[in-house]
Design a binder for this molecule. Structure first.
Ligand SMILES: *Cc1c(COP(=O)(O)O)cnc(C)c1O
Length: 406
């Protein structure tokens, strides 16, 4: 029987042999890995720095305080809670800090690009709260703020959620704030995907417009797998602290908090800003290649780190078949619902493509366009044999670059 250690080695190799285009994944630095794999995992630290339930927390207090300070600095926020174990945990804790079960939330629908935790019925957020949704415009596939305002006026939610997992355009937090003010609801921005772009100043920051901001730390932000909650409101901050612990979690993952502190420090550097700029340049270069080939891209392009291809319209394929074919060529994308998709979530009519991970590995426009060409050829040919025949080309592109984050 294989040992777990052998399986980890196999996974390390897998990560080196595939072109990773899943928009929510990234490759962390060795410093972040070392912290995440450190003996800090042995420590219980329920509570917050200076207010713990157990002794022996003086060092982890310093670590958590550093993570908080770094987070506040890079996001220009007055408060940060770095304990949420994941983005989903951050959202539930944030919701329960200002809402009661049964209150109404209004979020972006999953098929329009929102996240399950924005009130989808299979998520506890859709079970505990009364969830309603807004959609992208049917023609442009972009957010239509007038339509969102009309829904908000009709539904009168206690909380509006903005932010997305599969939306390639900028989000106007200021417009959302006007809507939330008009209907008297709280406004929460979930920046799980675009946090890195925001830190680098390449996307409007939600902090001055939203009551609460939640994020993951492992997507464009390039930290360990985890979540975080930010706010500039002192009263809400106190409620968030209580809602995270003891409301929704027990002991914090101190090893992960240390890794977050390091990732936030890395995110404050000039090289991180350059990296974020390159992510966007790469996504634009790739999407422009596809547009020249008459491939249908949702909303007609991208302003950020990802875009969606309508593979049904472009190639007569479903998302699940397209992503399986690309996998045979050592290219990893994910099937993804497109707005108003008629296929089931396990089938879909689209694939989502993101550039953060391979930009970390050193890919520039040239490599991304080479990969785009292979994607186009594989989805045009549609046979497994052809897809497999492209593997050596893909590996050659992978071996031709240097990881810039080690
Ligand atoms: C990824 C994501 C989450 C959830 O993060 P997990 O760490 O997987 O729980 C929440 N919201 C949005 C918008 C996301 O993209």
């Amino acid at each position: 029987m294989k040992t777990i250690e052998e399986m980890i080695m196999e996974e390390n190799k897998r990560q080196d042999d595939y072109v990773e285009l899943i928009a929510s994944e990234n490759f962390v630095s060795q410093r972040v890995l070392n912290a995440a794999g450190s003996k800090l995992t042995n420590k219980y630290a329920e509570g917050y720095p200076g207010k713990r339930y157990y002794n022996g927390c003086d060092i982890v207090d310093q670590i958590e305080q550093r993570a908080i300070d770094n987070a506040k600095k890079i996001f220009k926020a007055n408060y940060a809670n770095v304990q949420p174990h994941s983005g989903s945990q951050a959202n539930m804790a944030a919701y329960l800090s200002v809402l009661k079960p049964g209150d109404k939330i209004l979020g972006m629908s999953l098929s329009s690009g929102g996240h399950l935790t924005h009130g989808h019925i299979v998520s506890s957020t859709g079970i505990i709260f009364e969830a309603t949704h807004y959609y992208v415009d049917e023609k442009t596939n972009e957010l239509d703020y007038e339509a969102i305002e009309a829904i908000a006026i009709k539904e009168k939610p206690q909380l509006i959620v903005c932010g997305a997992s599969a939306y390639s355009r900028m989000i106007d937090f200021e417009k959302f704030q006007k809507i939330a003010k008009k209907v008297g609801s709280y406004l929460l921005a979930d920046i799980a995907h675009i946090a890195g772009l925001i830190v680098a100043g390449l996307h409007q920051s939600p902090l001055e417009y939203c009551d609460i901001v939640t994020t993951t730390t492992h997507k464009t932000l390039r930290g360990p797998r985890g979540g975080m909650i930010l706010t500039n409101d002192e009263e809400i901050a106190k409620k968030i602290d209580k809602s995270v612990f003891p409301g929704n979690q027990g002991g914090p993952l101190v090893h992960i908090i240390a890794a977050k502190a390091i990732a936030f420090e890395e995110a404050s550097t000039i090289s991180f800003s350059k990296y974020q700029k390159q992510i966007i340049k790469n996504a634009k270069a790739m999407s422009e290649y596809f547009l020249e080939k008459n491939v249908s891209i949702i909303s007609g392009g991208t302003d950020n780190h990802l875009f969606l291809i309508d593979v049904k319209k472009s190639f007569g394929l479903t998302g699940n078949i397209a992503d399986a074919l690309l996998f045979k060529a050592n290219i990893i994308t994910n099937k993804n619902s497109i707005p108003f998709d008629t296929e089931r979530p396990m089938v879909t009519s689209g694939i989502r493509i993101g550039t953060p991970a391979m930009t970390t590995k050193g890919f520039k426009e040239k490599e991304f366009i080479e990969i785009a060409k292979i994607i186009f050829d594989v989805l045009t040919d549609k046979t497994e044999e052809f897809a497999i025949s492209q593997q050596t080309k893909v590996i050659k592109i992978l071996r031709g670059v240097n990881n810039d984050n080690q």
